[in-house]
Design a protein around this ligand. Structure first.
Ligand SMILES: Cc1cc2nc3c(=O)[nH]c(=O)nc-3n(C[C@H](O)[C@H](O)[C@H](O)COP(=O)(O)OP(=O)(O)OC[C@H]3O[C@@H](n4cnc5c(N)ncnc54)[C@H](O)[C@@H]3O)c2cc1C
Length: 432
């Protein structure tokens, strides 16, 4: 097979990039397996961070980079649904409960929203109690400020959004191989690449002028980077609990928005940062509230392929993780009487820059990467994919911040050495 551009990874970033690349007239081949259902099993390349039913959408950003990515993407979601004919967005609003200890950051975030016309309401604790009677306020030191976005905010179904992007890419001519790449190497001709892999037990080989690697959190471990290349990016366990909602409680709890708690206290596992999805209907017809943590110490780094595989395959959170998540749920929705509680084990990636990597890999002409959702890349994925296509096609950069912000960093020489506690593991962790 041949293609102008091979996109390796049919996830949130790869599917969006494939759409923009094929719309520009490039002959695009997307390589990536279907995401698993509920069970995750080897190989690691089958792990997909988008294999779920809900990801928080908001335009309020922790910083200018994410605020701009998220706003541009969120503004395009209705058009993406209409064009593809696939619905995936639920507008239920988004609430950030910001610890008063980060007031300066809160002010700056509001200033950025104001500058681009994103309406955000500030709600006091008393106003929060009136607006959301089901919501309990977490006892963050000094209290919280509520930042509420009512419009263009809520949650998206990531599986369906990927399907929508791939549908539009296919309409623009993109082809798809439902398999995994096992090796990406130069093919001997200057700037050209060979991608080899396996689909349904059958080996394939593609020659391409350009390759975009979009293989997500496990990019350093699934064989889609050229031999010897690795990115400075860490993978972490992302433990979630899903609380089954009874019919009796469903109507009242459905009035909740998506919620994120930002607790700035450096209190180890007692830090209360977390995120909560309102009741979402899963494919088995059951409604669940889904809760996840911030980057407390109980969120462990996945240092080896073996550790990662057993985390993904077992789908069992640790006792500490379960205890933490149950206690936060009691704080946030005190009246909840779950019918059952299910565990879900996912993986998130973190870059030292806190921004995604979008750009060419040093010394690998014609090979670019787009990765580093930092645990909240779904909502900005359309713009992230568009920027990746801009880089691959060498088109004019039209983002308000320079491309350097997204420059991929190779793994530091001292990988494995103790380089101190990275910024993203120090509260406040930001907005998930
Ligand atoms: C539990 C959880 C909660 C989250 N909550 C939010 C949220 O509320 N809001 C938000 O915006 N974001 C959220 N995120 C983050 C968001 O889902 C990710 O940032 C986003 O999915 C990243 O997109 P990606 O394309 O990099 O990775 P993915 O979506 O994981 O896609 C990567 C794809 O590459 C494929 N692949 C891997 N190796 C190979 C290979 N060798 N060959 C071919 N294909 C390969 C994988 O199968 C996968 O399909 C959450 C993530 C998790 C895990």
């Amino acid at each position: 097979m041949r293609a102008d551009v091979v996109v390796v990874g049919a996830g949130m970033f790869g599917s969006a990039a494939a759409k923009y690349l094929s719309r520009s007239g490039a002959d695009v081949l997307v390589i990536g397996p279907e995401p698993p259902g509920r069970d995750v099993s080897p190989p690691l390349s089958s792990y997909s961070a988008h294999a779920d039913e809900a990801r928080i959408v908001r335009r309020l950003g922790w910083d200018h980079v994410w605020g701009t990515l998220d706003t541009r993407s969120a503004d395009r979601l209705p058009a993406l649904e209409a064009e593809s004919g696939i619905d995936f967005f639920t507008e239920c609003g988004s609430l950030a409960l910001m610890g008063k200890g980060v007031r300066d950051r809160t002010r700056e975030m509001l200033r950025l929203c104001d500058a681009v016309g994103v309406p955000v309401e500030e709600l006091s604790e008393a106003a929060l109690g009136r607006e959301f009677p089901e919501l309990g306020l977490p006892p963050v030191a000094g209290g919280v400020d509520g930042l509420l976005e009512r419009r263009s905010a809520g949650y998206l179904n990531p599986r369906r959004m990927v399907r929508a992007q791939l549908e539009l890419a296919a309409r623009a001519g993109a082809r798809r191989v439902r398999g995994a790449a096992a090796a990406v190497r130069r093919n001997g001709r200057a700037g050209a690449w060979t991608v080899e892999g396996c689909a349904d037990g059958v080996a394939f080989r593609v020659e391409a002028e350009k390759v975009l690697v979009a293989t997500g959190a496990l990019i350093n471990r699934t064989g889609a980077l050229p031999a010897g290349a690795a990115l400075d990016l860490q993978a972490f366990t992302e433990p979630n609990l899903l609380f089954e909602v009874s019919e009796a409680q469903l109507e009242r709890l459905r009035t909740l928005p998506t919620i994120v708690v930002v607790d700035p206290e450096d209190a180890g596992d007692d830090n209360l940062s977390a995120y909560l999805l309102p009741p979402v209907r899963y494919p088995d017809g059951t409604w669940y509230l889904r809760l996840g943590p911030g980057m407390q110490p109980l969120v462990r780094e996945l240092r080896t392929a073996e550790e990662t595989l057993s985390w993904c395959a077992a789908q069992a959170v640790t006792r500490d993780q379960a205890r933490f998540l149950r206690s936060v749920m009691r704080l946030l929705v005190p009246a909840l009487e779950p019918v059952s509680v299910r565990e879900a084990c996912c993986v998130v990636d973190k870059t030292p820059t806190r921004s995604p990597y979008i750009g060419a890999l040093d010394g690998s002409e014609g090979l670019s990467v787009v990765v580093g959702g930092n645990g909240h890349g779904a909502r900005g994925s359309d713009e992230i994919g568009r920027l990746a296509a801009t880089v691959v096609l060498d088109e004019t950069w039209d983002f308000p911040l320079p491309p350097d912000v997204f420059a991929p960093k190779g793994q530091p020489l001292a990988a494995g050495a103790d380089t101190g506690r990275p910024d993203y593991l120090t509260p406040p962790f930001g907005l998930c």
